[in-house]
Ligand binder design. Structure first.
Ligand SMILES: Cc1cc2nc3c(=O)[nH]c(=O)nc-3n(C[C@H](O)[C@H](O)[C@H](O)COP(=O)(O)OP(=O)(O)OC[C@H]3O[C@@H](n4cnc5c(N)ncnc54)[C@H](O)[C@@H]3O)c2cc1C
Length: 397
């Protein structure tokens, strides 16, 4: 059996694993990154072009790594968030509330970028980073403290193992870490649209009983048209019906649901669908092991918290392991777990509560929710506190 030794192992080469591996190598650690899939640069058909709205802390982390300056020009700033309570019936008008980043800060809420553009920049940077090696077609099948075995039988050892492989990682179960899994039974349909009216850097979220419909600004298209990403959450039966529609019919249905906020849809691409679920590990660390990103927590695509929470994990780990000597400190992983789990729990609770309040059709709750949204118009301390909490995780920086 072939055995290879490294100081640190990172499992998973998505944006989270790549960022963590880069940051650790930049701090002088020797790092091997293992990914089950092929090298994304060799793919003939790229994965569906999903985009992610990144908040200031994620942008700071990517800037510190040297990645953001390489892709900032491919992103679109988010200056305003417009919430539309879309449960209006014939007796009530929809409640609309617009939150503007300049109420609390002189920077945008965040920036939206196509995931594959971000990954490409991280891979470019990895090529220029000493001490980091990338191993593709290397699926981790089993784990024990300080050691993983790949599907082809190769054993790799590391003083610490950082698992960024996501919700299907085999490692937490093998480490005896239970995962609490909650499936709200929703599907997120995604696509990119070109439209006739400029988005003015406004992201709009229609709060609908079935699940939110969100538009997120993107840079102009190749045809120099205003462009936005769409995330449209449905119950599975309706998602399936919409998924079966041809592009023309789907576009018409979406056009009507958007109530003209982006004018007319003039083009559409990159249709796809993702299961929405929430998940949290009972602890984010084990012996010589850290669970990072979606291995530790999965959040629904409400309020753009998913990847941002994962980048907060990366930021905390990089601040704790800022020198190779820290690897020997047994308290570091416990501190990471304690810092990050409490923030994730508060975010999961908030998104779960919001989801339930929107889905529930009891009249009293509907009134209470609309009242709460309206009151955010004048309750400035609460309004600004919520805006700040959405932009910046607790326990970081
Ligand atoms: C519709 C939708 C919209 C979203 N919008 C936002 C948003 O606006 N803002 C936001 O912050 N988040 C958003 N998210 C969440 C965000 O997209 C994810 O958190 C992010 O893409 C996950 O990145 P990652 O690096 O953690 O994992 P991935 O990109 O999934 O990478 C995991 C890697 O691990 C590898 N792997 C898996 N198993 C193994 C194994 N056994 N051994 C070795 N390697 C393995 C895989 O090959 C893969 O490359 C959204 C999610 C959805 C579904």
């Amino acid at each position: 059996m072939e055995t290879s030794s490294s100081e640190l192992l990172v499992i998973g080469g998505g944006p989270v694993g790549l960022s963590l591996a880069l940051g650790l190598a930049q701090r002088g650690h020797g790092v091997k990154l293992l990914d089950a899939g092929p090298d994304p640069r060799q793919l003939k058909t790229p994965p569906p072009a999903r985009s992610t709205a990144l908040m200031p802390l994620s942008l700071e982390t990517l800037t510190d790594l040297g990645a953001w300056p390489r892709v900032a020009h491919m992103s679109q700033p988010l200056d305003k968030l417009r919430l539309i309570d879309d449960q209006a019936d014939r007796w009530t008008n929809p409640v609309i509330e617009v939150f503007s980043a300049d109420e609390i800060t002189d920077t945008p809420f965040g920036s939206n970028i196509i995931n594959t553009d971000l990954t490409a920049a991280l891979l470019d940077l990895a090529d220029d980073t000493d001490g980091l090696s990338l191993h593709y077609d290397s699926a981790v099948e089993s784990w024990k403290p300080g050691e993983v075995t790949l599907a082809d039988g190769v054993v790799m050892t590391g003083d610490l193992i950082f698992d960024c492989a996501g919700r299907h990682s085999p490692v937490p179960a093998q480490a005896g870490i239970a995962i609490k899994d909650h499936r709200p039974n929703q599907i997120a349909l995604v696509c990119q649209i070109e439209h006739s009216i400029d988005h003015d850097n406004i992201s709009t979220e229609f709060q609908r009983r079935e699940g939110p419909l969100t538009t997120v600004p993107l840079p102009r298209s190749d045809r120099d048209k205003p462009r936005s990403a769409i995330v449209w959450v449905h119950r599975p039966e309706n998602a399936e019906k919409l998924g079966d529609l041809d592009d023309d019919a789907f576009q018409k249905t979406l056009q009507s649901a958007l109530r003209g906020v982006l004018g007319e849809i003039t083009g559409m691409r990159a249709r796809g669908g993702f299961k929405v679920g929430t998940q949290i590990a009972e602890t984010f660390h084990g012996p010589q092991l850290a669970l990072v990103g979606e291995t530790a927590h999965v959040l629904p695509p409400l309020g753009a918290q998913g990847l941002n929470s994962s980048f907060a994990d990366v930021a905390v780990l990089l601040s704790l392991f800022d020198h190779p000597s820290k690897v020997a400190d047994p308290d570091m992983l416990r501190r990471y777990g304690a810092k990050r789990r409490s923030d994730v729990i508060s975010r999961l609770t908030a998104t779960h509560f919001l989801n339930q309040a929107i889905q529930n059709d009891r009249l009293g709750l509907d009134h209470a929710r609309r009242g709460a949204l309206k009151s955010l118009g004048w309750l400035k301390p609460v309004r600004h506190g919520l805006m700040r909490a959405g932009m910046r995780p607790f326990g970081v920086g």
